[in-house]
Design a protein around this ligand. Structure first.
Ligand SMILES: *[C@@H]1O[C@H](CO)[C@@H](O)[C@H](O)[C@H]1NC(C)=O
Ligand SMILES: *[C@@H]1O[C@H](CO)[C@@H](O)[C@H](O)[C@H]1NC(C)=O
Ligand SMILES: *[C@@H]1O[C@H](CO)[C@@H](O)[C@H](O)[C@H]1NC(C)=O
Ligand SMILES: *[C@@H]1O[C@H](CO)[C@@H](O)[C@H](O)[C@H]1NC(C)=O
Ligand SMILES: *[C@@H]1O[C@H](CO)[C@@H](O)[C@H](O)[C@H]1NC(C)=O
Ligand SMILES: *[C@@H]1O[C@H](CO)[C@@H](O)[C@H](O)[C@H]1NC(C)=O
Ligand SMILES: *[C@@H]1O[C@H](CO)[C@@H](O)[C@H](O)[C@H]1NC(C)=O
Ligand SMILES: *[C@@H]1O[C@H](CO)[C@@H](O)[C@H](O)[C@H]1NC(C)=O
Length: 496
């Protein structure tokens, strides 16, 4: 990817257009596990995690039955290997719909059908029948009177978009125009989505250092590092938004401007081989936590502020049977026992995140703090701060290790919980910080950790909806001139 970073003054912006569209986070469920949990176990995990939108890579009957009457919105897929048959015969398509959709709907709330997966890039010889496959599946839905409830589309790899930075210059690899042009017309005429898989991890890996890691991870960028599209003056603070906008511009290049983008896959691996140092727990947690917050905040993208970009995280489970580098087996949020690989950092995401594991927060002394400042803060907490510091006395549960750091952590955390976990109550003149790691040890149980085991298993992911209803509704204002003008004026106002 040719990425052009212009170095300009940073302008931190909030979206100029208010966010009022629904957005949701869903999760992909791959099944390449040596001990794939039974569908009832999968569904139990989805329920405890309050995951309300999922995507399957097939239309597994066991899963569809287990998902019945759960309220979970289900995207099913025509696997690539069935595409050729379906794209060549409308009756094969009709049979597929009757077996895999009609037989389960509405008990199982199938909302979307993905016809194939990254077909253009992974199975180019089938590309000529792709649009027919979409049309035949859609016709079968029409015949069953389900076409308004169930959308049909096909997830594409972002590599079909060329020159994706600056986004305003993006266009589709023209060799695919014979497929893409009729496909976009189909998506437009059926009110469907443009489905895109976005992997800033790979963009970052392949950029040879051009893309800063922080830019891929949605971390705040240094003022001189923000990427600016010189043609539009739009500022990009993360790769994800830049890719979504590149898709909008690439569609516009084909004169199509009203198909919403749905991100069918995005994520970050938590572990990799020695030559994949950025596949780490920390980065995976940072990426997915920031992605969830970003999507649910409904800020949209610089090109379409306020327009939701609902996203399915890749993926629910680590898939140990996946071939390839170690990172390929480690995209999951959970292991096969349903134990979270990491606890997402979702503090501050608002009331949306009802059962946030971020509730599971602690206050700890900050590494590298001055020990005199720590001692002073400890004295304050145990005195005026009214923390019961008796567990820190010799012979008591939290005496060991007898260090200022450990004792201060206990006192800070207790104070923080006494104060209802407000962020200000974990500061202590800068020597304290909030963490999701439970500092309890041995018999020294810290306040906030009473439900330590249970909640780890029960909730790593909060309610994954910006509202609890389903798919985003794209209002008629979506692409009106007004929206754009307000957007541009917003920018100019800030620029001035
Ligand atoms: C949410 O958290 C509360 C308190 O920890 C718990 O009782 C409840 O079962 C949780 N709900 C879900 C759906 O995990
Ligand atoms: C398939 O296409 C043929 C010819 O266009 C049409 O006659 C037939 O009704 C279609 N069948 C289904 C199941 O849609
Ligand atoms: C465009 O797609 C064609 C056909 O798949 C491929 O051979 C070519 O390498 C692609 N071009 C670029 C620049 O990726
Ligand atoms: C898009 O519209 C412009 C102007 O009407 C036209 O010149 C161009 O050929 C169109 N492109 C496509 C791919 O239809
Ligand atoms: C999460 O923390 C907030 C503030 O401390 C509290 O009001 C809320 O009840 C907690 N939620 C759960 C599920 O524990
Ligand atoms: C958590 O689980 C471990 C092992 O399963 C157990 O030894 C420990 O007592 C549990 N702790 C709490 C607080 O329930
Ligand atoms: C977690 O789930 C278990 C069993 O499903 C339940 O007994 C426990 O109360 C839950 N804990 C929390 C904190 O929700
Ligand atoms: C199924 O999902 C759709 C889209 O989110 C929603 O509008 C509908 O009410 C759901 N149907 C049922 C039966 O839950």
């Amino acid at each position: 990817m040719a990425l052009l970073l212009l170095f300009v003054l940073v302008l931190t912006l909030s979206a100029a257009v208010s966010a009022d569209e629904d957005a949701f986070i869903g999760v992909n469920i791959g099944t390449d596990l040596s001990d794939m949990p039974h569908p009832t176990q999968v569904v139990a995990l989805l329920k405890t995690q309050q995951i309300r939108h999922i995507r399957l890579y097939n239309a597994d009957r066991g899963m569809l039955l287990a998902l019945a009457n759960t309220g979970i919105r289900v995207t099913i897929s025509v696997p690539n290997e069935q595409l050729l048959g379906i794209g060549q015969s409308n009756s094969t398509a009709a049979n597929w719909v009757s077996q895999n959709v009609v037989a389960h709907y509405p008990a199982t709330n199938i909302t979307t059908i993905c016809v194939g997966s990254e077909v253009l890039t992974s199975l180019p010889n089938v590309a000529p029948v792709l649009v027919n496959a979409l049309k035949y599946i859609h016709s079968a839905l029409v015949a069953s009177n389900l076409d308004r409830q169930i959308k049909v589309s096909t997830p594409l790899a972002s590599s079909i978009i060329l020159d994706s930075f600056p986004p305003s210059q993006a266009f589709f690899n023209r060799s695919w125009n014979p497929v893409l042009v009729p496909m976009l017309k189909f998506l437009q005429s059926t009110d469907s989505y443009f489905m895109l898989n976005i992997y800033p991890y790979f963009d970052y890996m392949q950029s040879n250092g051009v893309i800063p890691l922080d830019y891929a991870l949605f971390k705040p960028l240094a003022p001189n590092k923000e990427a600016v599209d010189a043609n539009t003056l739009l500022h990009y603070s993360n790769v994800f938004d830049a890719m979504v906008d590149a898709a909008y511009f690439a569609m516009a290049d084909l004169n199509i401007t009203n198909i919403p983008v749905l991100v069918t896959e995005s994520g970050w691996p938590s572990k990799g081989d020695s030559n994949e140092p950025d596949a780490s727990l920390d980065n995976a947690n940072t990426y997915n936590s920031n992605l969830i917050r970003h999507v649910l905040s409904k800020t949209g993208t610089p090109k379409h502020p306020g327009i939701a970009v609902s996203t399915y995280i890749y993926e629910l489970y680590n898939e140990d049977m996946k071939p390839g580098p170690l990172s390929e087996k480690n995209w999951g949020l959970f292991d096969s026992n349903g134990v979270p690989v990491y606890i997402l950092h979702l503090t501050g995401s608002g009331s949306v995140l009802a059962n946030d594991t971020a509730n599971q927060t602690y206050c700890t002394a900050k590494d590298g703090s001055d020990s005199r400042m720590l001692q002073a803060a400890l004295d304050w907490a145990c005195g005026p701060g009214k923390v019961d510091c008796s567990p820190l006395l010799q012979g008591q549960a939290c005496y060991e290790p007898d260090t200022v750091f450990a004792h201060a952590t206990y006192a800070f955390n207790t104070y923080y919980h006494q104060m209802g976990k407000t962020p200000e109550s974990c500061d202590f003149k800068g020597v304290a910080t909030i963490t999701t790691t439970n500092p309890s040890h041995g018999s020294c149980i810290f306040p906030g950790s009473s439900d330590r085991n249970g909640s780890l298993l029960n909730s790593t992911i909060p309610a994954m909806d910006s509202k609890s209803s389903g798919f985003p509704v794209y209002g008629s204002a979506f692409y009106t001139v007004n929206t754009l003008i307000i957007g541009v004026l917003g920018w100019i106002a800030v620029l001035l």
